[in-house]
Ligand binder design. Structure first.
Ligand SMILES: CC(C)(COP(=O)(O)OP(=O)(O)OC[C@H]1O[C@@H](n2cnc3c(N)ncnc32)[C@H](O)[C@@H]1OP(=O)(O)O)[C@@H](O)C(=O)NCCC(=O)NCCS
Length: 153
């Protein structure tokens, strides 16, 4: 029987050259995508910026900062055709590990209250709701609230 070859998935740090590719995924995923300048600023600021690749093609990314309060996830996104395969979960595990090795005991993030998929993903990893930031996000007809989630490390 022929052995099946598993496609190689790897996580690595984001580089400036990745911004074009990442920006396409971002535009295809969000109503209000980030500009390329925002991604550049995140690299300049030396945030914890990751990409996840399958066979050297970028299929997702994440951006997280670390400050005195703890870690803050600012973006997490997987290309539409690659969702539902545990890739976001892998990026989050890596962010949790990075938070641990930086001796921080909390990760926080905001997520649109309508983003059921992301909320269920975060909750499955031990994030819990600590509040609502009212009218935090732009929306088509009106602004949308953000659910504020924390995870203790
Ligand atoms: C949210 C997002 C990052 C999830 O990425 P993903 O790689 O598909 O997620 P995973 O495959 O790692 O899913 C893990 C968990 O997410 C949840 N999830 C994923 N797809 C789901 C769906 N269609 N419905 C409900 N829950 C879902 C489940 O809890 C799932 O766990 P399970 O596989 O054990 O059931 C992805 O949908 C995305 O990029 N969305 C657009 C950008 C975005 O909204 N980012 C989040 C901003 S805070």
């Amino acid at each position: 029987m022929a052995a099946s070859i598993k496609p190689k998935t790897q996580i690595r740090l984001m580089q400036y050259d990745d911004i074009e590719e990442i920006s396409l995924i971002d535009k295809d995923s969000y109503i209000y995508p980030w500009s390329k300048g925002i991604f550049r600023d995140c690299l300049l600021a030396d945030y914890y910026n990751q990409v996840i690749e399958i066979e050297k093609t970028i299929v997702g990314y994440s951006v997280m900062t670390i400050n005195t309060e703890g870690a803050h996830i600012l973006n997490l996104c997987i290309e539409k055709n690659h969702r539902g395969n545990g890739l976001a979960r892998r990026l989050i595990y890596s962010m949790i590990f990075h938070t641990q090795i930086n001796n921080k005991n909390k990760i926080m993030l905001e997520v649109r209250v309508s983003n059921i998929k992301a909320i269920s993903l975060y909750k499955s990893l031990g994030f819990y709701s600590v509040g609502i930031r009212q009218k935090y996000y732009r929306g088509i007809s009106e602004r949308e609230d953000a659910l504020l989630l924390n995870k203790k490390i």
